[in-house]
Design a protein around this ligand. Structure first.
Ligand SMILES: [Zn+2]
Length: 409
């Protein structure tokens, strides 16, 4: 089986996850796919194959060298996004993409167009895998799974390529933020790993936001409006005043790159009481702490003005930037960088403006940067993946294995 045949087989499994079920895996169909993958890993002759009751599938490709090489891992997720159906996916190959509109469903006029998705133009001349316009494709992250299994099969077929012990891990429920949740890092037993779950060819990510949520409670005092002078405190107006104390140019709509923000995600209230919900994001830990402090000191400022404690702020940290976990092991980035170059890919290091499973794994003791899987327009009907991107990602996995072994020779 080629890596593309594997990919096309995998997307035939519906593995949509579901936020509401509160079990792992969140949907039994993910387990069906895991069981299928297990049979493929067995057929490949991998060792230490385990599939636990939560749908975490691990396996080992043993080292083929005499010397000590740290065990490294490659990880991808089996589920697809709850945002769009993944049932009955009908992938189609567009040969030698000509730079024009790609009709996905002619009857319904569903078109994949470079007008909306200019990144298509970076792939003119390549073969693309697209949907029929009615489901997502599932390249997020079945491309990652195909690349990892494809690489392992490649290493098996090329015993002359030196590599250490390789662990592979496939997890459920990444799309609902729970992929790392029940991931048994100790059992996985790798010194470090890579998630194959990024987008465009070349992406290499090892920084994400530090993240917190903040609930701002404002207590008002309601009095008959005709007799309210110097008595009424309208919590809606106080909340509005509070919101304006935060810097207006530090919101998601006014920031990019490494710029952090305060994001007001909800407000509800009446005269008596109002609640504002925020999320706070910053790549820099120091600035992140300062942002939380600012939210507290704005509350103090309001309380001083009104002469009583009417504003309270409840802060909760959500996740942290994996950079602090990866930095002591910077060679794992260097290896990925060099592997991409050897695979003919230009590395594009990018800070994630969000979180990843890899961040959670990094804080569970498995440093875990993220590498491109090649797909684009995730989570919707316009998802597509260029075939050369999958093939290159597979070779990046092979090269990482090889370069790691060489480094410790
Ligand atoms: Zn993904």
């Amino acid at each position: 089986m080629t890596v593309i045949e594997r990919f096309l087989k995998y997307v035939s499994f519906d593995t949509q996850s579901d936020e509401s079920t509160e079990v792992t895996p969140s949907t039994p169909k993910q387990m069906v796919f895991a069981q299928y993958l297990k049979t493929e890993l067995e057929a490949l002759g991998l060792e230490e194959i385990t599939l636990d009751e939560h749908g975490y599938l691990f396996a080992t490709l043993p080292s083929n060298v005499e010397w000590e090489v740290p065990t490294i891992g490659f990880i991808a997720h089996m589920d697809t996004s709850p945002d769009m159906s993944g049932e009955n996916v009908k992938p189609r190959i567009v040969e030698k993409y000509d730079g024009k509109d790609v009709p996905l469903c002619a009857e319904e006029g569903i078109v994949l167009s470079p007008k909306q998705f200019p990144e298509l133009l970076d792939h003119v001349g390549e073969d693309l895998i697209v949907t029929d316009g009615h489901t997502l494709l599932g390249a997020d992250d079945k491309a990652g799974i195909a690349e990892i299994i494809g690489a392992v099969a490649y290493l098996k077929a090329h015993p002359e390529i030196p590599h250490g012990r390789i662990r592979i891990g496939f997890n459920p429920d990444e799309e609902i933020g729970l992929g790392a949740h029940k991931f048994n890092v100790e059992q996985f037993g790798a010194k470090w790993a890579y998630t194959m779950d990024g987008g465009e060819v070349g992406e290499l990510e090892f920084e994400n936001f530090n993240a917190a949520s903040a609930k701002v409670h404002v207590k008002g005092r309601n009095v008959h409006p005709g007799y309210a002078k110097n008595k009424m405190i309208n919590s809606l107006l106080v909340a509005n005043e509070y919101a304006r104390l935060l810097p207006a140019d530090e919101t998601p709509a006014t920031t990019e790159g490494y710029e952090g923000f305060f994001h007001l995600i909800g407000m509800e209230g009446e005269v008596e009481q109002t609640q504002l919900s925020y999320i706070i994001r910053d790549h820099d830990r120091q600035k992140f702490e300062e942002r939380k402090q600012l939210m507290l000191s704005c509350a103090e400022q309001m309380n001083e003005k009104y002469g009583e404690a009417i504003v309270t702020v409840e802060l909760k940290d959500q996740y942290y930037n994996m950079r602090q976990q990866v930095e002591p092991l910077m060679h794992i980035i260097d290896i990925a960088f060099a592997a991409m170059q050897e695979a003919g890919v230009e590395p594009k290091v990018k800070a994630i403006r969000g979180g990843t499973d890899g961040a959670q794994l990094s804080f569970k003791g498995l440093p875990c940067p993220n590498i491109f899987a090649g797909g684009l327009n995730f989570h919707g009907r316009y998802e597509f993946v260029p075939i050369p991107s999958i093939e290159k990602a597979m070779m990046v996995v092979v090269k990482i294995a090889q370069l790691t072994a060489k480094r410790y020779c």
